[in-house]
Write a protein that binds this ligand. Structure first.
Ligand SMILES: [Fe+2]
Ligand SMILES: [Fe+2]
Length: 310
């Protein structure tokens, strides 16, 4: 099995350290052995041939991810890349990170926590420096599960909304970003068939799905590295303003602002992303549903701020 990688994520004259493959019809064929560096010549020839993506074996992704992450400072300051290309690299690296740790036992989250912090730090910087994040998020891909791209959406929207609404210190923004990146971590304990089920869920299935905030909270709390703000987001991102949410049925002021904001970001991401059972909605249509059909779910003041997100 192979995963697609962006050509821009390879820095010329470095050694990615994994075999690279190139698409050939429906197949992937070996392009470069792990012992060979990726060169400027390689890059220009591939671009001349209109090749934008290469492939890495699924089993090599962890190695490739660390290669990209350790080069992020260079990639993010590379003047030869367009601003949107740099953003794309950062947000895609974050999706790949989520995929990697959600696929492994919880202890992997602990081992890789410094990587998580660095990625969120970079996202924080990007949100502060750029005029908007929406376009950068539009091109993210992961063909195996919706949750990975969604996690990065929610972290990014949530940080942006917090910045718009409150003047928070960097540490708190970091906690918000980490918590919202992991808000659906509990889904790793829910069968994939249930997560991907296209039709309506039975009552029992829905009850099972509703356990994910508690599953996630319990697993991450036990690692003893997540802050109370981050853990609160994981546990309470499905609470509703009117008290009809889960798992605790909290309402109004009893819901922490970071959970309220993540709840908004969560639903907005879900509605504006392609799913197995329906196409992505344009933002206006998504906002209309959140204000109309879902009336009572969100704090109206917070909803107003979401309308300005770009
Ligand atoms: Fe969730
Ligand atoms: Fe979610």
């Amino acid at each position: 099995m192979f995963r697609m990688i962006q050509l821009e994520s390879l820095i010329p004259e470095t050694l990615p350290g994994v075999p690279l493959f190139i698409g050939h019809g429906e197949k992937q064929v070996l392009y470069k052995d792990a012992t060979l560096p990726f060169t400027n010549y390689d890059k220009s020839r591939l671009l001349d041939n209109n090749v934008k993506f290469l492939f890495v074996r699924t089993g090599d992704m962890a190695h490739y991810n660390q290669y990209v992450e350790s080069n992020l400072p260079a990639l993010l300051s590379d003047e030869q890349l367009q601003p949107h290309e740099r953003q794309q690299l950062l947000y895609q690296a974050s999706v790949n990170y989520v995929h990697e740790v959600f696929d492994r036992p919880a202890v992997a989250v602990k081992e890789s926590f410094s990587r998580c912090r660095k990625l969120i730090e970079n996202i924080l910087n990007d949100i502060m420096d750029s005029n908007g994040v929406m376009t950068a998020l539009g091109g993210l891909v992961d063909h195996s599960s919706y949750t990975y791209v969604h996690s990065v959406h929610v972290a990014t929207y949530s940080i942006s909304l917090h910045m718009k609404m409150f003047s928070l210190g960097r540490d708190e923004l970091l906690d918000v970003g980490i918590g919202s990146l992991f808000h659906d971590y509990g889904k790793v304990y829910i069968p994939k068939a249930l997560l991907d089920k296209p039709g309506k869920l039975t009552e029992a299935e829905y009850e099972e799905l509703k356990q994910h905030p508690v599953y996630g909270y319990d697993a991450l709390k036990d690692l003893e590295i997540f802050s109370p703000v981050s853990l609160g987001i994981v546990k309470h991102h499905h609470e509703k303003e009117n008290g009809k949410g889960y798992p605790d049925g909290l309402s109004g002021r009893d819901i922490a602002r970071s959970s309220k904001i993540t709840a908004l970001a969560d639903v907005f991401s879900a509605l504006t992303t392609n799913r197995a059972y329906r196409e992505a909605l344009p933002r206006e249509a998504a906002l209309e549903i959140m204000v109309g059909e879902m009336d009572g779910s969100f704090d109206p003041q917070y909803l107003e701020v979401l309308k300005d997100l770009h």
